[in-house]
Design a protein around this ligand. Sequence first.
Ligand SMILES: CC(C)(COP(=O)(O)OP(=O)(O)OC[C@H]1O[C@@H](n2cnc3c(N)ncnc32)[C@H](O)[C@@H]1OP(=O)(O)O)[C@@H](O)C(=O)NCCC(=O)NCCS
Length: 369
Amino acid sequence: MTPEVIEAHGVRLRQVAPTDVADLTAGCGDPVNLRFNPGMPQPYTEADARWWITEGSPAAWAAGGAAYTIADPTTDRLIGGAGIGQVVAARRQAEMGYWVAPWARRRGVATAALRALADSALRNGIHRLELMTHAENPASQRVALAAGFRHEGVRRQAGQLRGGGRADLLAWVRLADDPPGPAPRLLPDLPDGGLTDGVVTLRRLGPDDAEVMYRLHSRPEVVANQAPPVPPARAGVEERCLLAESAWLTGTIARLLILDAVTGEPAGSCGLSISDAAAGEGSIGYALLPHQRGRGLATRAVRLLAGWAFGPAGLARLAAGTVPANTASHGVLERVGFRREGLLRGRLPGLADARLDDLVFGLLPDELR
Ligand SMILES: CC(C)(COP(=O)(O)OP(=O)(O)OC[C@H]1O[C@@H](n2cnc3c(N)ncnc32)[C@H](O)[C@@H]1OP(=O)(O)O)[C@@H](O)C(=O)NCCC(=O)NCCS
């Protein structure tokens, strides 16, 4: 690419300059930046910034990529960086990366810079732009979506961790002929961060919910009603909570905590996964802590979740699979309007080589009560 100045969407992309040393050192040295850009030296010193200006950045341009400074257009001061690398000319493909200084975050800078640079690259011969994010970096995943990149899958162990080890990376891709604007999402954010009917509140699961989730999902009666009926490992529950925002953003599953709306106490959890995106079908599950049962909270939670699924999430049908003997759960579903649809014999894995029957309930939008 040619290093021309790009002014678009309220940011300026220009070449790095000797006057950027102090801002570059402070911005790159930020711990969040160093965590998600493991290739940057740590600690990041003024000598590293000077190396970037005299050697690193020119080398990136010489390799056919781009290494821009993101500057505030009113002051021309550096507020971040955005670049293109890994150019595969034969495939008209390249990879993008970016960072924003802590003092300039949460005001659209990364989204503006990514859009501006992607627009320019896609106008000038690149057909496919890739972006890799760490699964624990939802801020960057939101930037990718806002700039029109679609989730394409997981690149297993594609990332290097600082200090050794490897991490899965999520691949986000924008093509030259994708429609302009943000990428569509299967699971939109909850309005004002939650759903409530005044008695229960649902909100997205987060890293701090691991303890209560582990307690709930280790209960023998909760384990008995899942397939296979095996208690979860603590590490698996922690990861599920840690990556809940990422799973939501990729459209895989919306995992929610159910809270008592009055006391704020956790009451249980529920989830909505997209079981068939093309058909517009979602699948739900739920569980309550023992002392919160018997008050109609699960019914309220499922009703709220179904309303959101048919409304903002735009689904056309909901399904719920149950253990045939779980009459308490059937009652919850029937009170919300679900109908018993059929017994799928041996559909799910049980213990050892056993298979389990799945009694499936279904709900259409006009049946929701
Ligand atoms: C990721 C990063 C570039 C975002 O920069 P930014 O300028 O703050 O991003 P924007 O203001 O454009 O925000 C874009 C979206 O992310 C959301 N967002 C930003 N920071 C967030 C955070 N810490 N947590 C959750 N969401 C966040 C914004 O609300 C916005 O979402 P919306 O479009 O749904 O409203 C910045 O946090 C950063 O430099 N992080 C360290 C380096 C890094 O991760 N680089 C990317 C490697 S793939």
